[in-house]
Write a new protein. Structure first.
Length: 277
């Protein structure tokens, strides 16, 4: 029985799809002086860079996974895509950032460093075409699996602050999105079914990997629970490595994530990229 245990490798690379909500509500203030959109963009750029660095071998990264970043507001856009070697050589720009690091004596110092940027935050008001984005992802995953049926099961991570909305009734948008996601959930390789993780950026109680909707206090949170998959047992080691715990039957969703937990979720979802076979 397929159990989602296959590691990403140069011979059998994985597919990682990161979906980023770029609707108007993502321009609201969030954490550390950032807007929700700035917060999400920083996390995604950091994770892409981390994947590249962890898979570096000599002069270039090994192509152990293909990354596609899909942004959605009223429209659906591919913000960045490619194998690690291609992404490493083609950021949009290089930013100067300040990073906190250990001083070796138990304290922390700030150092200036450079960070490649692949996606930018948004600053315009728009709706949330999450259903259109999942339709694009469903086709992307189907084409990948058609060509690579014996590769690791694809991983999809959706970062959002709310519900799908394209101008119709919210309930209709939710229903359509759930139907599309259910089709995505049924896609599989010989390794197992597609894994779908969700990170909600918003206000309220922080919840990590719930087992039921009774743990959640909003319609938005319960909706994202419904479109998340159960976490496979094979991910337990990755969860412990990222200081995230889950019980069997828990869904791959985090709510009201701070920067640390959002990074951990994406690291957790992409944990199969940590070794070559």
């Amino acid at each position: 029985m397929a159990r989602n245990e296959m590691q990403w490798s140069s011979a059998t690379p994985g597919l990682l799809v990161i979906m980023v909500d770029q609707s108007g509500s993502m321009t609201l203030d969030y954490e550390g002086g950032d807007t929700r959109s700035e917060f999400a963009a920083k996390a995604v750029n950091r994770v892409i860079n981390t994947l590249i660095q962890k898979n570096f071998d000599g002069k270039a990264p090994k192509d152990r996974c293909y990354v596609a970043v899909i942004g959605y507001d009223a429209e659906v856009k591919v913000l960045a895509s490619g194998f690690l070697k291609e992404l490493e050589s083609s950021p949009k720009r290089i930013a100067n950032v300040t990073k906190k690091v250990s001083n070796g004596e138990g304290g922390v110092i700030e150092v200036d460093t450079k960070m490649p940027i692949w996606i930018e935050p948004i600053y315009e008001d728009s709706c949330t075409n999450m259903m259109g984005a999942f339709a694009v992802v469903n086709d992307l995953v189907a084409n990948w699996i058609k060509d690579k049926p014996n590769y690791p099961a694809p991983v999809v991570i959706n970062i959002s602050d709310g519900l799908p909305y394209d101008g119709r009734e919210i309930e209709e948008c939710m229903y359509e999105t759930i139907n599309i996601v259910n089709k995505l959930k049924e896609q599989s390789t010989s390794d197992g079914k597609v894994q779908i993780f969700n990170a909600m950026i918003g206000e309220g109680n922080k919840v990590v990997f719930p087992k039921s909707t009774t743990e959640l206090d909003s319609v938005e949170a319960q909706f994202l629970y419904e479109i998340s998959t159960e976490i496979p047992e094979a991910y337990k080691g990755a969860a412990e490595k990222n200081e995230l715990k889950f019980e069997m039957g828990a869904r791959g969703a985090i709510y009201n994530a701070d920067a640390e937990h959002l990074i951990k979720l994406i690291d957790f979802g992409s944990s199969k990229g940590q070794g070559d076979k």
